[in-house]
Design a protein around this ligand. Structure first.
Ligand code: PEP
Ligand code: MN
Length: 264
């Protein structure tokens, strides 16, 4: 079902007037994690003012260590839904377990599957019937074939609204957090009809690389971007402050993108 042989035309995902995969660039921006109602409200205003269409923010965080901040949970979901509604943005948040799919689907417009869960097949099956669009992140060691098979699990359940997200893969290089695989963008678009989103934040792990890799992703044909932005990155509650843009950088980047591709 994910293959272009089966479905020659591009899939366009329409959510409350925003079309993803239809030729216009979609930008999802926001913090790694929803930290407080004030934080997500302020950032939502900045995302909207910069021209973004979707507010990102994790309420359930997949942390490498069990003692790290694990997210604000259902309270975070509610805070983000309110901020999205107030500022006229769609929202995307990560769901980690099948049990939480229904509640995340109640509060968010798009459900994100993180890199660590790309092959959580029970989660993928549950998302096949959740009724909301899904952004599936590529596992950091997954081949294109494994990635597309993971998408197939969601599609097989009847959910046709799946986006593929390249978020960097693990290589021998340690300077960057991951290696953003730019080739994935055209390859996935050739093999599949699903929209392809690039994540230059996790793809590099370094703030100063987000701008060039965002532009490179657009040049490679990405249908959209998911970018971390924080008002106080040095004090962010996850380690992802180092890859988060400051609000003025985020706004300047989106201005530049307007020259490269029309925003929705
Ligand atoms: C995130 O988007 O904050 C995140 C945890 O991403 P990934 O699953 O790609 O590491
Ligand atoms: Mn993050």
């Amino acid at each position: 079902l994910a293959s272009r042989d089966f479905h020659p035309d591009n899939t366009v995902i329409s959510i409350k007037g925003v079309n993803i995969g239809g030729g216009e660039l979609v930008v999802m921006g926001g913090p790694c994690a929803v930290e407080s109602a004030e934080q997500i409200d302020e950032i939502a205003g900045l995302v909207k003012a910069a021209g973004g269409q979707v507010l990102r923010g994790g309420a359930f965080k997949p942390r490498t260590g069990p003692y790290s901040f694990q997210g604000t949970g259902v309270e975070g979901l509610i805070m983000m839904a309110e901020a999205g509604q107030k500022h006229g943005l769609l929202t995307i948040t990560e769901v980690m377990t099948p049990e939480y799919v229904d509640i995340c689907a109640e509060y968010a417009d798009i459900l994100q599957v993180g890199t660590r869960n790309m092959q959580n097949f029970d989660l993928l099956r549950k998302l096949g019937t959740c009724g909301k669009p899904v952004l599936l992140k590529r596992g950091f060691s997954a081949t294109y074939d494994e990635f597309l098979n993971a998408a197939e699990y969601i599609l097989a359940g009847g959910n046709t609204n799946v986006m593929l997200c390249e978020r960097g893969i693990r290589t021998f290089e340690t300077y960057t957090r991951n290696t953003l695989d730019l080739s994935a963008i055209p390859v996935l678009q050739q093999l599949s009809h699903l929209p392809v989103i690039s994540d230059p934040s996790h793809g590099t792990g370094r703030r100063e690389l987000v701008e060039p890799m965002t532009k490179a992703s657009v040049a490679a044909g990405a249908d959209g971007l998911i970018i971390e932005m924080h008002t106080d990155p040095d004090n962010s509650m996850t380690g992802d402050g180092v890859q988060s843009l400051f609000p003025d950088q985020f706004a300047a980047l989106l201005q530049d993108l307007e020259k490269l591709a029309p925003l929705v």
